[in-house]
Structures are given as structure tokens and as C-alpha cells.
Design a protein around this ligand. Structure first.
Ligand SMILES: *Cc1c(COP(=O)(O)O)cnc(C)c1O
Length: 514
């Protein structure tokens, strides 16, 4: 219970006037089990008639230990918890690599239409033609944006999309009879952690490619690693340093010449959609995070959606289920390997068809922006990141020279001699009213701070954020240590022991027996 029962009275008050929310509006909140108790029942149930026990030995002998709560108690519990979270609906959420952008309420309205929201995945296909039509339309947009040949809609997150793509690559290698000899996957050292994890989960051996001084793939090192045992390269573009990989076409050509495949991590499509087509970059497989690029909600466990687009070489290995037919006739669902068109499918990623609610939101987003609007999304995302870079670069230390794509990356050298670390700085940002930026990632940059504003921020909100960042940098230089080492001072939970929290997390609630 160490983490969430902080005594408010012991919390130091803000002294610098930065605290804008009254803590009085935020009451401490325990777990459901602590708020309620098992002797209470929230509903008015009729007393049971004495029934003979028909469970035999299976009948319960001890109490269930479930907390009983009334409706207002339950409601307050969840509303209080919700107020402890930072949210994109509260303010700029600069978490680099995560693309925390505004989710237009129109998307929500569409997703709640009963014809979409009340479907059951086991309904007969003839009764869900509209939903299949929507999936077909979404697939059409994703293929138009990327120029690719096929898309598997079912993966439920970016990481699962990676797995889908890598399993297609594995199936293609297997079909050529090369699985035993082609098992090495090249992954740049700046890659998102999910990339090597995916390759390993698919049974490949991982081989890291170092970054050069500009934060891009070191081409000499890459070329030396090519060989007949290379199955694929997994490359993010723009990469996790927020930079475009200018050699991407050469990388694709070289990997293809050596019989390997090009997996592109497309989580950052937000920065290039409508500007360059993934197909023209030589990509064989790429996942798209609908919950990043197309604004559907993410974080806090989801639900995300990671459709995976595939080139001609991989299309036939796509997993079931997939939608067939078109609006002219009727739509069908191919659900099993023995059905027409699915002979080479590698299997399936999940029980049903994917995250329907996210499909509706993403398509609503695409259709309300239109093709030109989506291109402008990319342009504005890059513009906003460069605006922040320009406002911060004289005080902060950009990790690399020049302009960035959709996110700006700083190292911690501007903090040299201040005694303040990237962690302290991030914690202090909480007291300024912001969720911290991504920190210590990518690993190739010392004390990294990765800031992604997204295109949905106004000039005013960018300036407000930049002002907060600059004032903190000044405070660090002025040796205002308390502001950092004691931060956060205004959050529901104060400074945690990060190491203890990571090494000894409390994952199980135990009743207080006193
Ligand atoms: C977010 C992200 C992923 C993983 O996506 P999830 O939906 O969180 O699984 C993979 N790669 C990159 C570069 C990302 O930014």
C-alpha cells in the first residue's frame, strides 16, 4: 500500500505559485477493496430461500472477499481515479514515440452508433454487411496511403502488428525452404524495444546495427552484416530519433539483393503520410498504429489497433480472418485456412476480426480529414515539432543537428553541472501541469528527452509548453534543487522510489488483518 495511500497533510505545498488545481478537489482514494467491504451489498436483492446445496465438495466454505459498494460509491471511486490521470483531454501530452494526439469527438460519436457498437463477433455475416463494408473501406484507405497490396486488420496493437508482419516474412522464408538457414534479423540499436522482442518471439536471432553520429543507420556496418542468413531488417522510419532515414531505399535494395525482407515499423506514419508512399521505399511489411496516426485512444491498456500492410510478395501469407467481396456484391469473411484464398495464411492473430471500435474511429478520422487533410496532418506534426525544437534549442541540447521530423530529441548535456538529471527534470514537469516527455529513450542518446507535440496543438499551447520547459531549464541552472529532487510536489503520488517500484512491484492486494 506504500504507493497510493499518501497522507495529504505531509505533502509539501507548492511555494512557487505553479500549482493551479486545488488539491481539495482531489480526495485520496484507496482500492475498491478498501473503499467497500464484503459485508455490504450495493443492490437490493431478495433474500434467498434456503436451497439445498447441489455443489457437493465444490461449495465455497469461506467468504468471497469481494467488496460491496453502492452505485454512488462505485461511481465516485472511478471518477476520482480518472482525475488522478493526466490525459490528452487535459493538456499537451509530449510523450515522444507515442503520438498522443486529440481524438475528435466525432470519432466517438460514430463508434457509438448502435449498428457498430452493438455487434457481436459471432453474428451471421449477412447481418454485419455494414461493418464488413467499413473494414473494407478502412483497408482501402490504408492501402491508398501506403501504396501496399494487402492489409491484415486484425492485430490489436503495434507490437502485435509487428508480429503479424514478421510471421508473414517467416512464412515466406519457410515456403522457399530456407527457414533453417535464414534466421538473422537486423535491428538498429535505436529501435523501439518491441522490434527485437518481436523478432525473438518469432524465433529469429537478433543482430544490432549501430547508429552513426547523425542518429541514422551506419551504412558500412549494415553492409557488413548482410549475408545469406539474413531474414529481414526491422527499421523504423522516421526513426526513433525523430529523423528520416535518407538511405532507406538503398537499405531496402540491399536487403532484397541478399534475399531478405524489409519490415518497416510504421508507428511514426504520422510524420510522412501523404508525403511519401511506403511502397516506394521498398517495404515488404509494416504495421500502422491506428491509435497513434489516426487518433484513436491509447494508453492505459488500449485498446489499440495495429493493421499490417503487406507487399505482393507477402500478401498471400496474411492471417485469417479477412474480408472479401466489395460494395457491389456482398461482403464475406474468410475465417479458415481451407477457404478460398487462405491456403497460405500463416494462421490467425486473435479470436475475431480486430478492434472494431478503433476501425470506426480511424475511418471517421480519415474521412473527416480527406486525403489533403491527412497530408496536412503530417506537415503540421513536423512543423509543430520543429517549432518546439527552434524555441528550445538555444537552452536545451538537441541530440542531432538540423531539423527533425515529428518529434524533437534532446540529450542531457544542457544539465551538466546542475546536479539535475533527466528524471528530475521530467518529474518537475509534472508540477508545471504536463505529462513528462519520453525519457531515456532512444538509448543511443545520453539522458534522452523525446518530445512529440503532434499536430493537434495550437501555437498558444506550444508556447505555453516551451515557456514551462525554458523556465525549468533556468531553474536547473540557478541550482534550484528542491524544485527537481522534491518533484512532483503537486501530484496525487509524490516522488516514488523508481528502483523499488520496478524491482519489487506490489501486484497483489492483501487484506489488512489488523
Ligand atoms: C508505439 C510504438 C510501437 C508499439 O506499438 P504498441 O501499440 O504500443 O504495441 C512500436 N514501434 C514504435 C516505433 C512505436 O512508437
Amino acid at each position: 500500500m506504500a504507493v497510493h495511500t499518501q497522507d495529504r497533510a505531509t505533502r509539501p505545498a507548492a511555494t512557487d505559485g505553479t500549482q493551479r488545481l486545488s488539491p481539495a478537489l482531489l480526495q485520496d482514494e484507496g482500492l475498491l477493496f478498501e473503499v467497500g467491504n464484503e459485508h455490504k451489498c450495493g443492490v437490493d436483492l431478495e433474500a434467498l430461500n434456503e436451497q439445498p446445496n447441489r455443489l457437493g465438495e465444490l461449495a465455497r466454505t469461506s467468504a468471497t472477499g469481494l467488496a460491496g459498494l453502492s452505485e454512488p460509491e462505485t461511481l465516485r471511486h472511478y471518477v476520482r481515479l480518472s482525475q488522478r490521470n493526466y490525459a490528452i483531454d487535459l493538456g499537451l501530452y509530449p510523450l515522444g514515440s507515442c503520438t498522443m494526439k486529440h481524438n475528435p469527438r466525432l470519432n466517438e460519436k460514430m463508434a457509438r452508433l448502435p449498428g457498430f457498437a452493438d455487434l457481436h463477433p459471432l453474428q451471421p455475416v449477412s447481418t454485419v454487411q455494414g461493418a464488413l463494408g467499413l473494414m473494407d473501406e478502412l483497408a482501402h484507405w490504408l492501402l491508398r496511403i501506403t501504396g501496399m497490396n494487402a492489409v491484415a486488420l486484425s492485430p490489436k496493437a503495434g507490437a502485435q502488428g509487428e508480429m503479424c508482419g514478421m510471421l508473414c516474412i517467416r512464412a515466406a522464408i519457410d515456403a522457399k525452404g530456407e527457414l533453417a538457414s535464414r534466421n538473422r534479423v537486423l535491428v538498429p540499436e535505436s529501435a523501439h524495444g518491441t522490434n527485437p522482442a518481436t523478432a525473438a518471439a518469432c524465433g529469429f536471432v537478433i543482430d544490432q546495427i549501430p547508429a552513426n553520429a547523425d542518429g541514422r543507420v551506419d551504412m558500412d556496418a549494415f553492409q557488413q552484416k548482410l549475408g545469406p542468413d539474413v531474414a529481414a531488417i526491422m527499421l523504423t522510419n522516421p526513426n526513433t530519433c525523430g529523423l528520416f532515414e535518407p538511405d532507406i531505399k538503398r537499405i531496402a535494395d540491399l536487403i532484397h539483393q541478399h534475399g531478405g525482407y524489409f519490415y518497416c515499423d510504421g508507428a511514426n506514419l504520422n510524420a510522412i503520410m501523404g508525403k511519401c508512399r511506403v511502397r516506394d521505399l521498398g517495404v515488404d511489411a509494416m504495421h500502422i498504429n491506428l491509435h497513434k496516426t489516426f487518433s484513436t485512444p491509447h494508453g492505459g491498456g488500449g485498446p489499440g489497433a495495429g493493421p499490417t500492410v503487406l507487399s505482393n510478395r507477402l500478401a498471400k501469407f496474411a492471417p485469417v480472418p479477412f474480408v472479401t467481396g466489395d460494395a457491389g456484391s456482398s461482403f464475406g469473411l474468410v475465417e479458415r485456412g481451407e477457404q478460398k484464398g487462405a491456403a497460405d495464411a500463416f494462421g490467425r492473430m486473435c479470436a475475431f476480426h480486430g478492434q472494431m471500435g478503433m476501425f470506426v474511429r480511424a475511418l471517421a478520422y480519415m474521412m473527416s480529414h480527406g486525403g489533403d487533410g491527412l497530408r496536412q496532418v503530417s506537415e503540421d506534426a513536423v512543423l509543430n515539432a520543429n517549432y518546439l525544437l527552434a524555441r528550445l534549442q538555444d537552452v536545451f541540447s538537441p541530440a542531432f543537428c538540423g531539423t527533425c521530423m515529428h518529434e524533437a530529441l534532446f540529450d542531457d548535456s544542457f544539465l551538466d553541472g546542475t546536479g539535475v538529471s533527466t528524471l528530475d527534470f521530467s518529474k518537475a514537469l509534472i508540477d508545471e501541469g504536463y505529462h513528462p516527455m519520453t525519457m531515456y529513450f532512444p538509448l543511443v542518446v545520453h539522458g534522452a528527452m523525446l518530445v512529440e507535440p503532434t499536430e493537434t496543438e495550437s501555437l498558444q499551447s506550444l508556447d505555453q509548453f516551451a515557456d514551462a520547459m525554458l523556465s525549468l531549464a533556468q531553474a536547473a541552472k540557478d541550482q534550484d534543487h528542491d524544485r527537481f529532487t522534491q518533484a512532483p510536489r503537486t501530484a496525487p503520488s509524490l516522488r516514488l522510489d523508481e528502483t523499488q517500484a520496478a524491482r519489487h512491484p506490489i501486484l497483489r492486494w492483501t487484506a489488512n488483518t489488523e
